[in-house]
Write a protein that binds this ligand. Sequence first.
Ligand code: IPE
Ligand code: IPE
Ligand code: MG
Length: 238
Amino acid sequence: MIPGLEHVAIIMDGNGRWAKLRGLSRLNGHEQGAQAARRIVEAARERGITYLTLYAFSSENWNRPSSEVEGLFRLLERFIDTEIHRLKTSGVCIHTIGDMSRFPETLQNKITRTLQETSGNTEIHLSIALNYGGRDEIIRAIQRVGRLGVNVTTLDEQTFSDQLDTSFMPDPDLMIRTGGEWRISNFLLWQMAYTEIYFTDILWPDFDENALDEALTWFSGRQRRFGLTSEQIEGTTS
Ligand code: IPE
Ligand code: IPE
Ligand code: MG
């Protein structure tokens, strides 16, 4: 257990470059990326992280070549088929965030079954961001607020948060982005207001338990102030 670390969110970036470096196809890179995801779920559970959110497919990733998009869906189906038993028996509760309505119906049904089958697990909440975009999520939440008939002139943060896809989870304490880019690519825009952000050059398929531990050690050295002064946090002020 790392003090103050309940929720880790990860932008799993660099699969394509990992493959290119080895003369492989981008889909090979995504396959290795899926293996890395499997390892990190297990490692996170072992380290007492209770919420893990993985960015798997963004609302902008639809613009990639259709062969890559279709390959990613096939890979996701295969991941569910091969991992569901292990996830179920190791206490992983699976959730999704994002707008699934654009996905093929068979995939949607498979995902829904997976969520139901693991819904009783409590050890770690694994949320997979699929067709997820922070802006899209905010717009959908506003639409829900409207449908609920909430008076927007008195809307507060909690009421709004309750309509986001992430309403069941705390905000991320730590966000890790692999692959060397320093940007957040439309991930958890609302939720990352006070998240500590860790960037690493490691390409996602190479991200392992040691790399996770390095990120966790970095996190442990941060002082989270949430707008206060260091003196207030350290209790050295009168
Ligand atoms: C991240 O890896 C996975 C997805 C976006 C689906 P990329 O496919 O973006 O890999 P790079 O950034 O091209 O190396
Ligand atoms: C972010 O990676 C999305 C996922 C990891 C699913 P991208 O590779 O799509 O991000 P950009 O395009 O480099 O910002
Ligand atoms: Mg990328």
